[in-house]
Design a binder for this molecule. Sequence first.
Ligand code: SF4
Length: 653
Amino acid sequence: MEIIVAQNAGFCFGVKRAIETAQKAAENNNPVYSLGPLIHNPQEVERLKKAGIIPIEEIEEGNGKTIIIRSHGTTPEKLQEIVDRGYVVEDATCPFVKKAQILAQKLTDEGYQVVVVGDKKHPEVQGIVGWSGYKALVVENPEEAARLPFYPKIAVIAQTTQKSENFWQVVEVIKKKGGEVRPFNTICHATRTRQEESRKLATEVEVMLVVGGKNSANTKKLAQICAATNTPTYLIEEASEIKPEWFAGKAKVGITAGASTPAWIIEEVRKKVEQMASMEQALLEIKPVKEGEIVRGKVVKVLEKEVLVDIGTKGEGVIPLEEITWYRIERARDAVKEGDEFPVLVLKEDEEGKIILSRKKALEILAEEKLLEWQKNKVPVTGKIVEVVKGGVLVDIGVRAFLPASLIALNYVEDLEALKGEEITAYVIEVDLAKRRVVLDRKSYLKEQEIKTKKEKIATLKEGSKVKGKVTKIMPFGAFVDLGGFEGLLRAQDISWQRNVRPEEHLQVGQELEVVVLEVDRHNLKVSLGLKQLTPDPWQKIPDELKEGAVLEGTVVKILRHGLILELFPGIEGYLPARETEAENEPLMKKYQVGQKMEVKILTLKPLEKKMTLSQKEALREKEKEQYQKELAEEENLTFSLGEILRGKLKDV
Ligand code: SF4
């Protein structure tokens, strides 16, 4: 359906000006009052009220400081009263109305009997009459004009929204009475343009909507003009009044609107008509379906034992429970839900006119057409695991497909029952349509996905960067760390600066940690990680006690053929050659064990080379020497004391 909105529909210049004047005034002095509604449109008046522009009927109701004179204008007395009461006046009288007011005043002063062609009750007309000093007469049509008495000098003025023909007919009637007749066509050009345009539009369309306040003179006139073309015309204030039956079978709709109709209401009306047009279109597009045809359906309701499906026909199609899936289900909701869309096969139309559909047959037909292609081109297919059978599971991929247990996952799956209901993706590896046999392989699919993810992740890794991961497995040679979809290896020697690191003593499965990327092998998709590299090398800042000649305690961390490795401080180790041990002639393995503590003397120390030679013998010698000196000192003390004693004795003698 084509929708044409008249170019000049809606606010005219005068109304726009009045609203802008009021809004500006309300910005500075909220609220402001308009003498009568600013425009004849209840919805817009409500909107303006919220913006602080309140319509009042009597001046005394305005307890604010500002009163807006609306586009219709007012009488000079009212204007004076407003000023006398101390209000600020914002005069938004439309310049076209103002022109009619001035003419009425001037022509009356010049001795003419002013006749206004218009609606006596309309505020604009009442205002014009006021400006003539209440001497002007008002006629609505030629009939009323015919009843006027003779006046030697008559001036005829029009209400700005008058129909042009009516005005000129009145002038003609008055002219026939004789005397001087001066017509002043004060019909506003906006009104004329709108009326002409609407009349033309009404002749080109099949339905005409006139939007505007039902108490708006210019809107009512527009509706009359459109209706006069014999095109069905509806005067509405808002979109909610529109009825779909107005447009049944119509191809062209015209929309026009009165001078006081805001653009947002016109747009709402246009959208509503558009919406109805598309509904109408949808109804027209409904096609009958044929038995054996596969169509797309959308689930609109899931009942216990059947599903109602919208297939674009007038009524809904029905899928009985046994036609939903090839496997057994207890209730329809076990397999489908409202809003699901899928192909259905039209089985038949039953005696009640219900269209019976089959989802399972439609999927089966479509899948069978594709199976060989999926197998040949290795297209991944998705389906739900619906049953556990001997040696594997059955998957619903539209048809029944078997997935052997050995091909379900990358690793062995013990509990197949736990997989029931799971949505999986796999490759079709075997198709025998005659035997209705389809076999799937999910393992290959997962493997490929794993490699793909690994490649993508590895591409983002940089050697030397820090990454976060989670320990997944601990082995004697190191630990595997998950970096988000793939694993890197943290070797034992890269866990700590200490020697002979046992990974299980430093890490545990599930532990989250930060590691350094040491090496990325993009070809073999391997990543080496480091943990100790996050801390400084202990050889770079050795303790003060560590110096040549010092005797310190160390722990045996490794026993070699010709010597021992001892750790003196965490991560700082030295070499104790066999010849420097106290048991140089005995096999080291027999005499020492890992973890044993002993004192050693540092013979040489080369921190830059991370080398240190130790001597147990020297340490023992040092100890003996120390012991000997201690004993000697004690002996000297003893000798001195004996001399002292002897000297004392001799004195006594
Ligand atoms: S219709 Fe014409 S006269 Fe009336 S307010 Fe609008 S512009 Fe002014």
